[in-house]
Write a protein that binds this ligand. Structure first.
Ligand code: AMX
Length: 440
């Protein structure tokens, strides 16, 4: 069986040739226009990014290399065996995102082994993380740790020694595998430093990436391992224009190595309009629960509607709802709901999430601003973690950060393998816009 490195060594020249042919035959053709609204409106829907690992449809949601989440659940190998014996593993998804092919169980397992081998964290990084104040947000701690690991970047070393540009992708792949391998370790250290005594649970070579991450965090329950697999799969990639993926790609385009590129992506993920919504949702649900308990009222459709309006009237967003691209319920929400129905149908917070879903889309529609009144991925993830006793919700975005690396860096691999150039779109001033529209 070919390793991931051997598989990619065969594939890279094929994909390079395909891209050359695409450019030669179709390079001059138009795929979109840009309006003034789009220019001053965050570039919504402007087709100007090249992203191979996934594609987002506004109605249908995300597809990874053409496969929807339910299709991944039917086709990708699981921890226990072939597809269908539980949630797919993130390693299997990574193989798919990198190679454009559904892996066999043996291929997915070989990647598990490869990552396990590379997972050690150098002592200087452990000491650095221990020196950080517990009050530093876990996302900031994760970034500090990843930046410190950059000392060992194989790409940066190869570049400094003058390696030929045709070889960049090999060294980039080395870094990417290292980053994927070490991120759960870093994340577990951040968790323990922030909430525990600095020690992490032991890992086991017979387990997969997700179960080992769970053990490092102190969780030892097969059901929680399944949740971790689902979580790491569905948060991994959401095409290229989201802030964390785009930032990673942009920084990578300067030939910053994967450590530097993904640290930048993590900083984008840490914003409340993006990955921080993961923690904000749980805070919002707990606040509403606390408020109505204190008032002696039940949490039901009426009280949730009242709370949602209070949030909107105080000039805040309802976290976990809305999306820049999606115009329907996020299939990542649906997959988490299905998990909850299977494993925790009677959980109190899960039921509240369900009731929120019954009322908030109507509230947001009546409010009249939000283009998409439906839930996104973040509106569900927190209650699942909470159910298993994972209550440190300031930390939740770190889990998102471990997952998003899988997609964003799979694309960085192809960026270097395909020789993608420095990103440099054109900006214009308001004066330029006025002159342009008046003269056309
Ligand atoms: N609650 C209240 N208002 C909302 C809203 C929500 N959930 N979603 C959008 N709006 C408002 C916007 O703030 C904007 O108001 P403005 O005109 O006063 O600035 C207006 O509706 C139009 O926004 P939009 O075009 O529908 O959304 P967008 O593309 O500008 O932003 C997003 C998308 C996700 C940032 C926004 O829906 C939001 O803030 N949601 C809540 C935060 C959240 O859940 N983020 C996580 C997204 C998924 C992820 O990245 N992990």
């Amino acid at each position: 069986m070919a390793s991931i490195q051997e598989t990619l060594t065969e594939l890279v020249p094929v994909k390079q040739a395909e891209l050359v042919a695409l450019k030669k035959e179709h390079g001059h053709k138009v795929i979109g226009d840009v309006t003034v609204d789009q220019c001053i409106g965050g570039g919504r829907d402007i087709k100007s990014l090249f992203w191979e690992t996934s594609l987002l449809d506004a109605q249908e949601g995300i597809r990874f290399r053409g496969y929807s989440i339910p299709e991944l659940q039917q086709k990708l190998p699981t921890f226990k065996g072939p597809a269908g014996q539980g949630e797919p593993t993130p390693e299997a998804l990574v193989w798919l995102m990198l190679t454009d092919t559904i892996p066999t169980k043996a291929e997915a397992d070989s990647l598990t082994h490869e990552l396990y081998k590379r997972s050690e964290i150098p002592q200087h990084v452990v000491a650095l993380l221990k020196s950080l104040p517990k009050s530093l947000h876990p996302m900031s701690q994760l970034v500090v740790g990843l930046m410190a690991l950059q000392k060992d970047s194989k790409f940066a070393a190869a570049y400094a020694s003058g390696v030929h540009k045709k070889e960049y992708w090999k060294h980039t792949l080395e870094d990417i595998l290292d980053v994927w391998a070490k991120l759960p370790e870093l994340a577990a250290l951040v968790f323990s430093n922030t909430y525990k005594d600095g020690s992490v649970g032991s890992k086991d070579p017979s387990l997969d990436y997700s179960a080992n991450f769970a053990r490092r965090l102190g969780y030892n329950k097969p059901e929680f391992d399944e949740l971790m697999r689902l979580y790491l799969v569905i948060h991994s990639d959401h095409e290229g224009g989201n802030a964390s993926a785009h930032t990673t790609h942009l920084v990578g385009s300067t030939l910053s190595d994967p450590y530097l590129s993904y640290s930048a992506g993590l900083n984008a993920l840490a914003g409340p309009l993006h990955g921080l919504a993961n923690q904000e949702v749980l805070g919002w649900i707990l606040d509403l629960q606390k408020k109505f308990k204190a008032e002696g009222k039940p949490v039901n459709k009426e009280t949730i509607t009242q709370f949602a309006w209070e949030t909107l009237k105080s000039g805040k967003v309802i976290p976990g709802y809305g999306h820049a691209v999606l115009r329907k319920t996020d299939p990542r929400y649906t997959s988490q709901r299905e998990f909850a129905l299977k494993y925790l149908p009677d959980d109190e917070l899960f039921k509240i999430v369900g009731t929120i879903y019954e009322v908030v889309p109507d509230v947001l529609t009546e409010h009249g601003k939000t283009k998409n009144p439906y839930p996104n991925v973040d509106s569900h993830s927190g209650v699942l973690l909470w159910h298993y006793g994972f209550k440190e919700f300031n930390y939740y975005t770190v889990l998102f950060g471990v997952s998003r690396a899988l997609g964003a860096l799979s694309q960085v691999f192809w960026d270097r393998a395909l020789g993608m150039p420095l990103e440099r779109p054109k900006s214009v001033t308001s004066k330029w816009i006025l002159e342009h529209v008046n003269n056309s």
